[in-house]
Design a protein around this ligand. Structure first.
Ligand code: FES
Length: 653
């Protein structure tokens, strides 16, 4: 025979190829997803395949052991230096010598799926905008007067079929020494965003440059900024970390920051500077945590609410503070990181910002939609992203509605007397005995309850420092269930509650959760002010959800998804006892973790997802809470615990 049948798994693609055709070449011709950075030169090892031997009745072929060419010197060298799993071959070296079935393992696929860490983790298919390509460039020749850059372009066209590459002076200045140092071999980093007609040359390294490329997915919230550092080749999250949004010193919530900009000339510029410095600091610290060079961060995807969006871009947010709440632009944005003064990233790094839905419903809500996909749900699903500003989505395959609701920072531990960020030492779980009114609790960093033996020893390192967002929700709900507060949220006196833990606090009472003052430690109480702050926050959340349900014309939802940085930690039962979320069977409430952050990660790793969300935002109908009279009515009713008018049959009420 002069040719042979080649079948690739798992794709099932097949074709006949002349004997001696490299497997990589066959894969490319059939459109099989087989990775390569070095273009088949035996350098990168991205092209690993596993040949199958034996009978493949499903495919009707029998494979002889020698259906591939002999193991060659390049593979030998590769295996010696770097190791190669037994049975693996380099697809660019092994040639087809007979009928064969060839398996492409997941690691060798460009469009591989990101490995999921948990069942709730989303599938993400890799299709990053930034990739490396190894090229061999012709040396200059006096008789053929072309520039080094033009010969680089020619090599990219010939070796990668890539046309249309733009660059700028900062890269051109480094081009000549790099090409000569690499003896006319180089690895280029190219970026092509979903709107770009051309590739951008972001970076160039001499020779074959192995170092991975990184991207940073950022959820820029009013109170906290959370980042995930991802490997752009396999999507792995190398480090996640967060910091407080330094704009807090200009106002705790969004509207107070808009007012700050209105009242103080240049106030918006100060806030722009503060948030950019914070993003820069985050990039540096997260890179250090992962042990990588911040200069290897080539992309950043940011999701945020409209006010954060405008302040980050350096656009005065004043129009967002008044009806009709016009955005400067609602479209997705791409720009150079340098335009945002993000000097800690690679000097040519690109930034993509998801589109906004409307003046009060931002790119963070779009990111939640991208991650949770309400438009694909048959059930009517309510998605609540809890933060200082809550993003709420309601919908199913027929229609999706969105609103945002100003919950304030209470759920993030701010405005709470003993509130703190979720960190070791913070109380996160609470139970109160309905008879004795005695509390027991758990703190972040230990699995023990406060009445377990060994609790003190287990928490001696961190101490017990305060209450985090999920802790305060449980505290208030447990206080209600134990009869320490009434439906209006008022804390009873020691006489009314029958416990000395209820103690006078100004003209009201507070409930003492933990008192370590005797040993110089803190006293952690839930005050009347704390309860009020939680009531306002949860009422805003509920009113927003209810307004969407009104607009949708539904009395009940089928499912509730709690999202947000601490959404994953909220106990559904306590959220419902408080009346934070509408009545629904408890097992129909699920946590989605940081859905906005996940949405940012999806957009970072997959270009098609950017197109998808840009299309989807046009079909999400936004409901404006600020001008809707019904919102006020729902808000007032929802200030009671759980609610002054709405029934909660699932709670037995
Ligand atoms: Fe790079 Fe095979 S394609 S080693």
């Amino acid at each position: 025979a002069v040719d042979a049948l080649v079948i690739f798994t798992p794709s099932g693609k097949r074709g006949r190829f002349a004997l001696g055709t490299p497997v990589l070449t066959a894969a490319r011709q059939l459109g099989v997803d087989l990775d390569s950075v070095c273009g088949g030169r035996g350098i990168c090892s991205k092209c690993q395949i596993t040949p199958g031997y034996g009978e493949f009745s499903k495919h009707g072929v029998t494979v002889e052991a020698d259906a591939l060419s002999e193991w060659n010197a390049v593979e030998d060298r590769y295996k010696r230096i770097r190791g190669l799993i037994d049975g693996r071959r380099l697809g660019c070296q092994a040639k087809v010598m007979g009928d064969i079935v060839i398996d492409v393992p997941p690691e060798s696929q460009v469009h591989k799926q990101v490995i999921r860490k948990s069942a709730t983790d989303r599938h993400i298919e890799m299709d990053p905008a930034t990739r490396s390509y190894y090229v061999e460039v012709d040396e200059p020749d006096m008789h053929e007067p072309t520039g080094d850059f033009e010969r680089l372009l020619r090599a990219l066209k010939a070796q990668w079929n890539i046309e249309g590459v733009e660059t700028d002076l900062s890269v051109l200045r480094r081009l000549q020494p790099v090409l000569r140092k690499g003896e006319w071999k180089a690895t280029v980093v190219l970026n092509k965003g979903n709107h770009d007609a051309q590739h951008r040359l972001l970076d160039i390294h001499p020779g074959y440059h192995e170092a991975p490329l990184y991207g940073l997915a950022v959820d820029l919230g009013s109170t906290t900024i959370a980042g995930h550092l991802c490997d752009l080749a396999d999507g792995k999250v190398l480090a996640s970390s967060g910091l407080m949004n330094p704009q807090i010193r200009f106002g705790e919530d969004l509207m107070s920051r808009v007012s700050y900009a209105m009242m103080n000339p240049g106030g918006d510029i100060e806030m722009t500077k503060a948030v950019r410095e914070a993003l820069n600091a985050l990039a540096l610290s997260i890179a250090q945590e992962a042990g990588v060079e911040p200069g290897a961060i080539y992309e950043m995807v940011i999701v945020c609410n409209p006010v954060m969006h405008h302040l980050l871009m350096g656009i005065d947010p004043v129009e967002l503070g008044q009806a009709p709440f016009a955005l400067a632009t609602s479209g997705a944005l791409s720009m150079d990181a340098q335009e945002l003064d993000l000097g800690n990233l690679n000097r040519k790094a690109r930034v993509y910002v998801l589109p906004c839905i409307a003046g009060h419903v931002g790119a963070d809500a779009a990111a939640v939609a991208l991650s949770e996909e309400p438009q694909k749900s048959d059930d009517m699903v309510l998605i609540v992203d809890v933060g200082t500003n809550a993003e709420i989505l309601l919908g199913n395959t027929t229609r999706v509605l969105a609103c945002s609701s100003p919950t304030g920072p209470a759920f993030e531990g701010a405005q709470i007397s003993s509130g703190q960020r979720a960190a070791p030492g913070a109380i996160e779980r609470i139970e109160i005995d309905p008879v004795t009114k005695e509390p027991r609790f758990r703190v972040i960093g230990s699995d023990l309850w406060s009445d377990d033996a060994g609790f003190e020893a287990a928490t001696s390192g961190t101490g017990i420092t305060g209450i985090c967002g999920s802790g305060i929700i449980e505290a208030v709900a447990e206080m209600r269930m134990a009869g320490l507060i009434d439906q209006s949220g008022l804390i009873g006196s020691p006489d009314q509650t029958g416990t000395p833990r209820s103690e006078p606090f100004g003209r009201t009472f507070s409930y003492v959760l933990h008192d370590a003052t005797a040993t110089g430690g803190p006293k952690i109480s839930v005050t009347q002010g704390d309860i009020r702050a939680i009531q306002l926050a949860k009422a805003a959340l509920y009113a927003g959800s209810k307004l969407l349900m009104d607009t949708m014309g539904v009395e009940k939802v089928d499912r509730v998804t709690l999202a947000g940085a601490f959404g994953a930690h909220i106990s559904p039962k306590h959220a419902m006892v408080l009346g934070m979320i509408p009545d629904v069977p408890l097992d129909h409430v699920r946590s989605a973790g940081n859905a906005a952050g996940t949405g940012a990660r999806i957009a970072l790793l997959n270009r098609a997802a950017r197109d998808q969300i840009e299309g989807l935002v046009h079909n999400i109908h936004k409901v404006e809470t600020a001008i809707e009279p019904k919102f006020q009515e729902h808000f007032v009713n929802a200030s009671a615990i759980p609610n002054a008018v709405e029934p909660f049959p699932e709670l037995g009420q």
